[in-house]
Write a protein that binds this ligand. Structure first.
Ligand code: SMG
Ligand code: MG
Length: 368
């Protein structure tokens, strides 16, 4: 396959409500969209999940764009004719840049699968036609606002609630949600690295709430620290930020640092690496679930395809379009009885709505 043109669009989409995590508050989503056109005229789309500022991970929108333009696309152009399965190997000399690499690989894979008439779900090995969905709830302005937000999601049918936590917003809000909604609610928490090895006693207090898991409590490099914590508390520890490849996943499982894994394809360099992590975890008896990066419909479609693989046994952060945006870049994904349908068309199975993308575009660049 030969790529004739890469198009990059930066769009700004307002969020329906601010999303506060331990590392900051977002009120709108700046998204870098990637469109590739093959020499035969087939188009493929992806979105780069990097945020505007490097707070979740070292990557950020402007940096990803520069990395793609300056290093990754020239490396691909040098080879000229390749398959999506070759992209990771061609880009391997350039260190890190998982999100930038994932965006390119996904857009190229989308074009390839559209040309071959195969859906991404089928290509990745999906076994479900709809996936069970959870929702991630930001740090609220008050306990009342928290209960109101959680109630509205439960009323919409979400099957699992994830509360963002940080020092000072942990034991009390979790206790209130557990007491308000009862013992049967599937409940988990995500700290985005906000705690340290000195906080183990504090985190142990959460054991009384029978949480599904605690996600990434301490810093991403401290995998051994997570193993120590996992021995100290009864709540299962789930890594997110730390898992940057299938190799790291294998090691983290082996040392007992993670008994459940949050898979975000863009954090690990793409969907092909994500399937490897799924397989490593499955072989070790470790369940996985699909994370989210406030994707628009283009990114969500691909995540749903991955979440349809058999070892994705826990509800993911694959929420409906309405949880994030009033207007999505694609036809909205809707929650029906706690599930979202997996797209079945060729490639990612959805197309951006031209008028919407144009309306929210702030800049466009092309590379031949
Ligand atoms: O897409 O629903 C979503 C967001 C889910 O909480 C979510 N993502 O650490 O898992 C995580 C965060 C990372 C992004 S926060 C802006
Ligand atoms: Mg997380």
């Amino acid at each position: 396959m030969k790529i004739a043109e890469y198009e990059f669009r930066i769009i700004h989409l307002p969020l329906v409500r601010p999303f506060r995590t331990s590392f900051g508050t977002q009120t709108s989503r700046e998204v870098l969209m990637v469109k590739v056109t093959t020499a035969e005229g087939v188009v493929g789309w992806a979105e780069c999940v990097a945020m505007s500022v490097p707070l979740y991970s070292p990557e950020y929108v402007a940096g990803c764009l520069e990395t793609m333009q300056k290093f990754l696309i020239p490396a691909l152009n040098k080879i000229g004719d390749f398959r999506a399965e070759d992209v990771a190997t061609i880009l391997k000399p350039y260190l890190g840049a998982q999100m930038a690499k994932a965006a390119l690989e996904t857009a190229i894979l989308d074009a390839q699968l559209r040309a071959d008439g195969i859906s991404l779900a089928k290509y990745l090995g999906a076994t479900k036609n709809k996936v069970e969905c959870g929702v991630s709830v930001g740090i609220a302005s008050s306990m009342g606002a928290l209960i109101e937000e959680v109630s509205s999601y439960i009323d919409s049918g979400y099957r699992r609630i994830k509360l963002k936590i940080e020092p000072g917003w942990d034991y009390e809000p979790v206790k209130l949600v557990r007491e308000t909604f009862g013992p049967d609610l599937l409940l988990q928490v995500d700290a985005n690295t906000a705690y340290t090895r000195d906080d183990f006693d504090l985190l142990k207090r959460l054991d009384e709430f029978n949480l599904l898991l605690i996600e990434q409590p301490i810093e991403e490099e401290d995998i051994l620290g997570h193993a120590r914590l996992a021995e100290y508390i009864t709540t299962p520890v789930c890594l997110d930020e730390s898992i940057v490849s299938a190799g790291v996943a294998r090691d983290a499982i082996e040392i007992g640092a993670t008994s459940i894994i949050n898979i975000k394809p863009a954090r690990v360099g793409g969907y092909i690496e994500a399937v490897k992590i799924h397989n490593v975890a499955q072989a070790a008896g470790i369940p996985v679930w699909c994370g989210g990066m406030l994707e628009t419909g283009i990114g969500r479609a691909a995540n749903l395809a991955l979440a349809a693989l058999p070892n994705f046994t826990l509800p993911g952060d694959t929420s409906a379009s309405a949880r994030y945006f009033e207007t999505d870049t694609t036809e909205p994904f809707v929650l029906v009885d706690g599930h979202i349908d997996v797209p079945t068309g060729p490639g990612i199975g959805v197309d951006p709505i031209r008028e919407v993308v144009d309306r929210f575009t702030v800049s466009t660049e092309w590379v031949k």
